[in-house]
Design a protein around this ligand. Structure first.
Ligand SMILES: [Fe+2]
Ligand SMILES: [Fe+2]
Length: 330
């Protein structure tokens, strides 16, 4: 929470002080209400802990929307046709619109969007590995839309359907509507490139090889390792990490199989669910961007890597700060 810049003092709890009896009663009452399906409409209804969890969730979601710009925009240059340049550019525009909705909402909680976007230390941004590698070509962009935007869509759909803060849940209707277009654009083009030529098929497989484990990691650690479940406790979201990952797998594995793309996951008849063919976390070579499924790293190492971000994270955000896109894109 320390990186949040506040204009006005706001009720932020440390989350570690012992609760008083009155706080306990408020917590229990709030948790009971949200689990009964009640949606909060105003900050006055929140406890400090609820406030923290909600703001943190919106903040991460907003940052993730913004970093799609430096990630996707390089492929505007090398998209094969003008229509494709327009498709990528308008997807970027959609994502910035999504960010705008979320930052606007954060302003109501006392946060300063300009400060967030242009003055915050880039290393403090909350990003995700999926969005930390600027696309090297249009194939990476469409693979990323097909697999990565779908992962994002599953997360934001869960928030729209379940979030106990009414204004945030409702604001995601438009966001999710647009995400469907990104995913469909990705699917259409992945199929097209797969069937276009030997070379484009090889490139699709290569891009999926890189993105599939990244996207499976989008949903975070397995439930068995998750210590903080506040988002579920306060019904900020409805599904756990593993439930959302399972939903993603249940869509991308059949899609990939229908196209002919190989992915490191399958449906396990015995367990009655989709499973990964490797045990995360595994090593990603930062130079070749190849995964080594036989080289396991510890969760501690994985957390450190997530926290640090890829080597492209900070330069990408610095580029956002410089506003050079107008000169750069065409
Ligand atoms: Fe988005
Ligand atoms: Fe998207």
């Amino acid at each position: 929470m320390t990186e949040l810049v506040q204009r006005d003092p706001a009720p932020v709890s440390s989350g570690v002080e012992p609760a008083t009896d009155t706080e306990d009663a408020r917590e229990v009452a709030l948790q009971t209400r949200v689990h009964a399906g009640h949606q909060l409409e105003d900050q006055s209804e929140m406890t400090p802990r609820y406030y923290d969890v909600l703001v943190n969730t919106m903040h991460i979601a907003a940052d993730l929307e913004v970093v799609t710009l430096p990630t996707y925009s390089p492929s505007i240059l090398n998209a094969p046709t003008l229509e494709d340049k327009i498709a990528i550019a308008s997807a970027c525009q959609d994502e910035l619109g999504h960010a705008q909705v979320m930052y606007r909402m954060l302003e109501e909680f006392g946060y300063d969007t300009h400060e967030f976007l242009f003055e915050r230390d880039p290393s403090l941004w909350r990003t995700n590995q999926v969005l930390e590698y600027p696309h090297r070509d249009y194939v990476e962009s469409v693979v990323s839309m097909c697999y990565g935007d779908r992962a994002g869509y599953i997360t934001t759909t869960d928030l729209e359907e379940n979030c106990s803060f009414g204004p945030y849940s409702r604001s995601l209707r438009k966001v999710n509507f647009e995400e469907v277009f990104h995913v469909q654009h990705g699917e259409r083009w992945v199929r097209r490139f797969w069937n276009h030529s030997e070379e484009s098929r090889r490139r699709v497989q290569e891009a999926v090889d890189f993105y599939f484990p990244l996207c499976a990691g989008w949903f975070g650690v397995p439930d068995t390792l998750k210590k903080r479940t506040d988002q579920l406790l306060y019904r900020i979201r409805g599904a756990s990490n593993d439930q959302m990952r399972q939903k993603w797998l249940s869509q991308v594995v059949p899609f990939s199989e229908s196209v002919g793309i190989e992915v490191p996951a399958h449906f396990d008849e015995e367990q009655g669910q989709y499973v990964l063919d490797y045990t995360p976390p595994v090593y990603l070579d930062p130079d070749t961007l190849k995964w080594d499924f036989d080289r396991h790293i510890t969760w501690k190492e994985q957390f450190a890597l997530w926290k640090q971000g890829s080597r492209y994270k900070v330069p990408s955000i610095e580029r956002l700060h410089q506003e050079v896109y107008g000169e750069d894109l065409w």
